[in-house]
Design a protein. Structure first.
Length: 196
């Protein structure tokens, strides 16, 4: 289970819920939990790199994932305990990675917030390293709807996010008032979509 983390209360709450389900006999094993942080606000990730032996608050820098732009999370110790219990890990995502992952997810019919983009980017990294396989069951927690972040969406599709290639941008196409031209444009778009 991948979950975006800023103040980290959601990480420990997720873990507590699974422990309760196990205690009630609803599940017989615990899932692995992965917390995903924005690279510009990643104190838990930095602690994870030390095996959670060290933790230092950081000054979070501005990130597209504004809801998790937190450098000194209130629930840091609870999150660390949870991740240890669940054999979890922490991954982070750059601005370009989170923007492209959110847009790629949008193409499936989801309309992702930037925080969910962080978790989706983390999933892509885990998959590329073979830590998540094609037959694994994976859940990505979406923390908000993309409509709460319309400026992020507009900037992405206008290719105006600094440092991001916006490779999944979906820019408007002007067409003549002709059914054949519209059908041809849709077919070309679907073919290019299938190629990505």
């Amino acid at each position: 289970i991948l979950i975006p983390g800023g103040n980290l209360g959601n990480v420990s709450a997720l873990g507590k819920g699974f422990l309760m389900m196990r205690d009630l006999g609803l599940i017989d094993r615990l899932p692995r939990i992965v917390c995903a942080q924005a690279e510009r606000a990643n104190p838990l990730y930095r602690s994870f790199l030390t095996g959670f032996r060290e933790y230092k608050p950081i000054e979070a820098r501005p990130t597209l994932a504004t809801a998790i732009q937190i450098g000194n999370p209130v629930s840091i110790q609870r999150a660390i305990r949870t991740l240890k219990t669940f054999e979890g890990s922490v991954e982070h995502a750059t601005e370009e990675e989170l923007a492209n992952a959110a847009a790629r997810g949008d193409r499936t019919g989801m309309y992702n917030c930037p925080q969910t983009g962080v978790a989706l980017a983390a999933l892509e990294k885990l998959a590329s390293r073979g830590e998540v396989g094609p037959n694994d069951r994976v859940v990505v927690i979406s923390t908000a709807h993309g409509l709460k972040f319309t400026e992020f969406k507009i900037l992405y599709h206008q290719r105006r996010i600094e440092g991001a290639d916006c490779r999944f941008a979906n820019q408007p196409i002007e067409l003549p008032n002709d059914l054949g031209a519209i059908q041809e444009a849709v077919e070309q778009h679907l073919a290019s979509f299938a190629a990505t």
